[in-house]
Design a protein around this ligand. Sequence first.
Ligand SMILES: [Zn+2]
Length: 238
Amino acid sequence: MRKILGLVLCIILSVSFTAQTAGADEAGRNKIVAIDAGHQAKGNSSLEPVGPGSKTKKAKVSSGTSGVSTRVPEYKLTLAVAKKLKKELVNRGYKVVMIRTKNDVNISNKERALKANKKADICIRLHADGVNNSSVYGASALCPSKNNRYVSRLSDKSKKLSEYVLSEMCKESGARNRGISLRDDLTGTNWSTIPVTLIEMGFMTNASEDKKLQSSSYQKKLAYGMAEGVDRYFGFDD
Ligand SMILES: [Zn+2]
């Protein structure tokens, strides 16, 4: 009788355990992703330290670049893609923290990082590039190096996150992959306590990339690809 009871108990336990794992898998991606749409309608040139305890200071939020052909400012592009990325991630079962949902805000890069740190497991900072050479195009990702004074311990994970998000985004959208840049001068990264990547989605100073970046279908591909990269980062892609 005891044996049978034990067996029944075993079956019940294993069934409920399987159900639980299946549940967790379905609800799935029980992770929280912060999305920071870079910049805002008006830059803020007052200064803040570039990292915890730093005497070096930088503008709270720079004004960003704008489309050489479309004239659309970077802050509008980053928010448009951020909203599509949120939708894609929520569809996959992630929770999302949006650092901003409007253009008319005043949130410094340090404050953005602190907001992400509070709730999220990882942070994706969305930006677009601009340079004084209209022939340059393509996407890249910026992450802290191992020698970063503030977040060296986040370097490996941030690099992995950067590589996955960038490569999947480029695969999906056809954007040219310019690779990873190690950057230790970014306030919004240096204040992070969670793995972080800054994605430069393309060059707004290149006319054809600028136009592509403004197309809703291209933005959806960028968002889908980035979500694929997030899945890969957390191992949800098997
Ligand atoms: Zn930017």
